[in-house]
Design a protein around this ligand. Structure first.
Ligand SMILES: [Zn+2]
Length: 140
């Protein structure tokens, strides 16, 4: 359940930004989740809603999750390609989501047919934006 650790570090980062920018409170945190990142967005959201209560000024922050599409690069021919889910079953999609390594069992380079590729995008988790309510005039 690394959603806990993730939520905690995001709430902490939001609080830090709030202090640095002297915001009244954090209104929203936009987090980008890679398509083949082992994070369940729904669980992550629920846990964040719990964790944020421990961070003053972040309690009312809304978590916005954006997905970054996966991108692969073939190690044989250098072709870059995305995750084509059209031919994949629901089970396979789930497997790739939670165990990105299994992608190699299902995905092949569309150009040369090799399953020797690396994931060059879509594995990361990062904070894209932290927005908050600025203090009113003279409210510093
Ligand atoms: Zn290839």
């Amino acid at each position: 359940m690394h959603e806990w650790a993730l939520s905690d570090s995001i709430a902490a980062a939001a609080q830090e930004v709030r202090q640095k920018q002297n915001l009244k409170n954090v209104a929203a945190v936009t987090v980008v989740l890679g398509e083949v990142q082992n994070i369940a967005a729904g669980v992550f959201k629920d846990i964040f809603d719990e964790v944020k209560k421990n961070y003053p000024g972040v309690e009312s922050a809304k978590l916005i999750i954006e997905t970054e599409p996966a991108k692969f690069e073939c190690l044989k021919c250098g072709a870059q390609f995305g995750l084509d889910r059209s031919g994949l079953s629901h089970e396979t999609n789930e497997a790739i989501h939670f165990l990105p390594e299994t992608a190699k069992l299902y995905i092949k380079c569309p150009k040369c047919g090799s399953s020797d590729f690396k994931i060059i995008q879509g594995r990361g988790v990062f904070i894209k934006e932290i927005s908050g309510e600025a203090p009113g005039p003279g409210g510093k």
